[in-house]
Design a protein around this ligand. Structure first.
Ligand code: UDP
Ligand code: MG
Length: 228
């Protein structure tokens, strides 16, 4: 039917043009441009957020902080997950992946719908445990590619000091000594093994994050200049 109409049109116009096919559009959102993801991991206070802001300025990534998205969701009075999220955050525990993934996915979809070219994402503070990783693999399999894991390596003492300093003004309910101990424990028990898994796949780019912001960023630049 469609091709008969096209042929009539070709005759009327007096020249031939390629007939449309029923193949899916190659240029629709999410079809050609798959999201390219860099996971940004490291202990609490390792400097993930600070460095991500700089990476966004220099390399045009979209920064998605899983922790920030959860804090926003907690503030949303219509959310049914507010209390659960608050409890997890305060206890340094990890929120069930369904919640985190749905927030991340919504942001990625929105960014790419607004501009298909903007397909490079920094996902900061995720995946933090096996549940997160499995949820990601299940939901995002074939839908996004993980380029590499940027690992900000910093010892616990420095991390704790930085978070306590930040706690003076951050207003975060988890930047206190009690929550921090739990967060560090969760990091060592649950997140570090995920980094190790990616390391085995040759996907980790490790940075000494105990130095100054500028020095750490110099190391970050070396990696992004090479990797894109
Ligand atoms: N969180 C979570 N899942 C995530 C990311 C964060 O459950 O994927 C929770 C967790 O309780 C964590 C808190 O949010 O301790 C704060 O995370 P954020 O990444 O903001 O902390 P940071 O490591 O940057 O200090
Ligand atoms: Mg952060």
């Amino acid at each position: 039917m469609r091709s008969r109409y096209c042929r009539q049109l070709q005759r009327a116009l007096g020249f031939r043009f390629p007939l449309p096919t029923r193949r899916p559009l190659l240029f629709g959102p999410h079809r050609l441009m798959k999201p390219l993801v860099v996971f940004v991991l490291g202990g609490p206070g390792a400097g993930k957020g600070t460095q991500c802001t700089r990476i966004v300025e220099k390399y045009g990534y979209t920064h998605l902080s899983a922790g920030e998205l959860l804090r926003d969701e907690r503030r949303n009075p219509d959310s049914q997950y507010g209390e659960l999220i608050e409890k997890c955050i305060r206890e340094g525990k990890i929120v069930p992946v369904e919640i985190t993934i749905s927030l991340l996915k919504r942001e990625m979809d929105q960014a790419m719908t607004a501009n298909v070219q903007k397909n490079k994402f920094l996902i900061d503070g995720f995946p933090r445990n096996q549940d997160n990783l499995q949820g990601w693999n299940k939901t995002m399999d074939g839908k996004a590619d993980v380029s590499f894991v940027l690992f900000f390596d910093c010892n616990n003492e420095i991390c704790t000091e930085r978070c306590l300093e930040r706690g003076k003004s951050s207003g975060r309910t988890d930047d206190n000594r009690e929550s921090l101990e739990k967060r560090i424990q969760t990091y060592l028990e649950s997140t570090k093994p995920i980094i190790d898994l990616y390391e085995e796949m040759g996907k980790v780019r490790k940075i000494d994050a105990s130095k100054s912001v500028d020095e750490v960023f110099d190391a970050v630049v070396k990696i992004f200049d090479k990797e894109g």
